[in-house]
Design a binder for this molecule. Structure first.
Ligand code: ZN
Length: 301
């Protein structure tokens, strides 16, 4: 999923496209990656005669949405440095299948509804998203999301241990775990608060420059106030804008035996935001925001 330039010793051009696989879901998609900040970068496809210039940000990241007119396209990414050309070509297969829509359900059990503040030392389970072969999305430099999820989760584990001994993590290494295994782990630990850590991406048709910020996802209505506290506190502590709070039917937010939230710590594919959110000092601020949010929601004392 990551392509690098032809010269191995000088990996100055990394092309990450698309976030998860080489199939695009619509004919509008995007390329993003990392190049030398002073290089000239163009994108072209079989359909375009004239390559289009791509803006490279001062940190070397780039992102650009493009239209693909046919079913199968070759996209070419051309980097010109000191007059020499480097060309990467990738075949893109466009799926015309629709992404299955989210079905709204009102049958969620709301067993924890009246329990806010009723337990003194909550059992907390932290779930760093993805791992092993399952990368999630990638940073413009081609580093998998699973790596950053684990970094934030470990920092959170360390901080939460100051409040409770009953805090657990689903994975401590870069290994694959199914969604079922993660939920089962939380259930076995008699989890009160389940926090999944992720970094955001977008469908292939969305412009990566237009979306940024912290996102909170929940399924059960009783979790929403906790989610709002988390969003406010994380955004304030880390100085990252708020993307929003969303009700979704994810496997890791669905369990009704606990307060289950999924935190997207900013957009990894955003050429500027990715640089900021992957710094250790920012990750520490995000963690401090999570702690403050849990305190504000009275789940943690
Ligand atoms: Zn993810």
């Amino acid at each position: 999923m990551v392509m690098t330039g032809k010269t191995r010793q000088n990996q100055s051009l990394i092309w990450v496209y698309p976030p998860n696989n080489w199939h695009a879901n619509s004919n509008k998609t995007f390329v993003y990656g990392h190049a030398k900040p002073d290089s000239k970068l163009f994108v072209s496809s079989d359909e375009y005669l004239v390559p289009e210039r791509i803006k490279i940000f001062p940190n070397g990241n780039f992102a650009r949405s493009i239209k693909l007119p046919d079913l199968i396209n070759n996209i070419k990414l051309i980097q010109i440095t000191n007059g020499s050309k480097k060309i990467l070509t990738r075949k893109i297969i466009i799926n015309n299948r629709r992404i299955p829509g989210f079905k709204k359900s009102t049958s969620f059990k709301e067993s924890k509804k009246d329990k806010i503040g009723s337990f003194k030392t909550p059992v907390i389970v932290i779930d760093p998203g993805h791992g092993g072969e399952e990368h999630g999305t990638h940073s413009p430099k081609g580093i998998p999301e699973s790596h950053f999820n684990l970094q934030v989760a470990k920092l959170l584990l360390k901080e939460l241990k100051k409040y409770t001994e009953r805090v657990f993590i689903t994975r401590e290494k870069d290994k694959f775990l199914s969604l079922k295994e993660r939920v089962l782990f939380a259930k076995k630990k008699k989890c009160d608060i389940l926090i999944s850590i992720h970094h955001n991406a977008l469908p292939d048709s969305e412009d990566p420059l237009k979306h940024s910020g912290i996102g909170i996802y929940y399924t059960n209505n009783f979790v929403k106030p906790v989610g709002s506290c988390l969003l406010k506190a994380i955004s304030r502590e880390s100085n990252i804008r708020s993307y929003g709070i969303f009700k979704r039917n994810f496997a890791l937010t669905r369990p009704a035996f606990c307060y289950a939230v999924l935190i997207e710590c900013g957009f990894l594919i955003h050429p500027l935001e990715s640089e900021y959110i992957t710094r250790t000092e920012t990750q520490k601020k995000i963690v401090s925001g999570i702690i403050k949010g849990l305190k504000a929601s009275k789940l943690l004392r």
